[in-house]
Design a protein. Structure first.
Length: 398
């Protein structure tokens, strides 16, 4: 996701400085090249060697270090950056940058860069709400600097309130957002995810192994690329993706009514949900007791939500999924035609490293024009990028 991206991570002196290590791990894992600049105060909390070892790059601490300046000086760092992230951003650093003070390596480099700068502030709640701090933040926001707002929580100083550093995962998500190509800006995408549950009685249901990971990855990646995303999700254990409107449903019937109520406002619908094909004819209102000796349950077919969309006269760009265990290509091609789709993502859900409940997937993409494309084993985020690349290209010529 961040391959070939150079990120300058500015670390300031705050107790949350240790969380910058976790952020750096996420950035390097996503392929970024990270260069760290530490303020003098940051070095009171963490040794530069920690960042140096984990980033595999020298850590910059001193503006007037002749050796480091000769190898890669503050201007080269400023010029090579795709993104600056300052974490934890103290009231002091934000005040200095807002006032144009450049008196150390970090402030000087930030002043000289043309790359986006993302601040993740962390401070005492009274410092955070102080009008002086607030004015500085507003001034920087007006100038286009980005902020990952702190959250409410217990602060190291003993107070409780706003000022706690946002989770490293949230800062990472904002960094990826800041760097992403916004080729889906202005588009509304509806994505369904997860399984549906068809209740038998108050304690039992029929469902499947879908975890929702593929649909949630699509929602996250579409939002990064600038789309307005609606995620209609069956029951999952996943956290809601940042910046995505999530509508939770249980059954196929609920999913269908939520999808149908929103579809006309959408440019694209991606149906990653594993919808249960059948539901019990009747749901027992009380628990069916063992001694009732029920050995069969009468089922009735659920409506096919996607086929319904395919039948609309004026319909959005439709992407289906085909969960198969055999005859992958034939079954997927048949669903593409029968449901009148623009594209279908076929995955073999019988494999251990693809399909249900894992972070990776491999897929065959089939298109309405008869073409196809193969995607080898990759993360679900990467596969989402591939799918959305195809959506963007095909929307443009639709
Ligand atoms: N789908 C749907 N409504 C259903 C069943 C499936 O909208 N009642 C959608 C799924 O979200 C997916 C596509 O149709 O995008 C294909 O789903 P899949 O489970 O692979 O196939 P089915 O059409 O259910 O057919 P089968 O179970 O026979 O493979």
């Amino acid at each position: 996701m961040l391959t070939n991206k150079k990120i300058i991570l500015g670390v300031c002196g705050g107790i949350a400085a240790y969380k910058a290590i976790e952020l750096m791990r996420l950035l390097t894992k996503a392929g970024a090249e990270v260069h760290v600049i530490m303020t003098r105060a940051a070095q009171e909390f963490i040794a530069p060697l920690t960042f140096q070892t984990l980033s595999s790059n020298p850590v910059h601490t001193d503006l007037f270090n002749l050796i480091a300046e000769r190898e890669i000086g503050h201007i080269s760092l400023a010029d090579c950056a795709d993104l600056f992230i300052i974490v934890p951003a103290t009231a002091n650093i934000i005040g200095k940058i807002a006032a144009g003070i450049a008196d150390d390596m970090l402030t000087t480099t930030v002043m000289a860069t043309k790359s986006p700068v993302l601040f993740a502030p962390a401070m005492n709640v009274n410092m955070f709400t102080n009008p002086i701090y607030q004015e500085n933040e507003q001034k920087l926001r007006r100038m286009g600097y980005l902020f990952e707002a702190p959250v409410n929580g217990s602060l190291a100083c003993g107070w409780h309130g706003e000022g706690k550093l946002a989770a490293p995962e949230s800062v990472f998500e904002s960094a990826v957002m800041a760097l992403a190509n916004k080729d889906l800006a202005g588009k509304t995408i509806l994505i369904t995810a997860g399984p549906t549950r068809e209740e038998i009685d108050p304690v039992r249901y029929i469902s499947n192994h879908s975890s929702g990971k593929m649909g949630y990855a699509l929602a996250r990646v579409a939002r990064r690329r600038g789309a307005q995303v609606l995620l209609i999700s069956g029951p999952t254990a996943l956290a809601n993706p940042d910046g995505v409107q999530v509508i939770n449903v249980i059954s196929a019937a609920e999913m269908q009514s939520e999808v149908n109520a929103r579809v006309t406002a959408c440019d694209v619908v991606i149906k990653a949900a594993a919808v249960a094909d059948y539901r019990p004819v009747a749901r027992n209102s009380t628990k069916i007791k063992k001694n009732a000796a029920v050995t069969t349950i009468d089922l009735v077919k659920n409506p096919d939500i996607l086929a319904g969309l395919g039948g609309m006269s004026l319909r959005p760009f439709l992407v289906g999924f085909a969960a198969e265990t055999d005859a992958l290509a034939e079954n997927a091609a048949k669903k593409l035609t029968e449901k009148n789709l623009d594209m279908i993502v076929a995955n073999d859900v019988s494999q251990a490293d693809a399909g249900f409940n894992v972070d990776t997937n491999r897929a065959l993409l089939f298109f309405k024009d008869g073409s196809s494309r193969s995607c080898d084993l990759m993360s679900k985020d990467q596969l989402s990028m591939e799918i959305l690349d195809q959506v963007v290209a095909r929307l443009a010529v639709r």
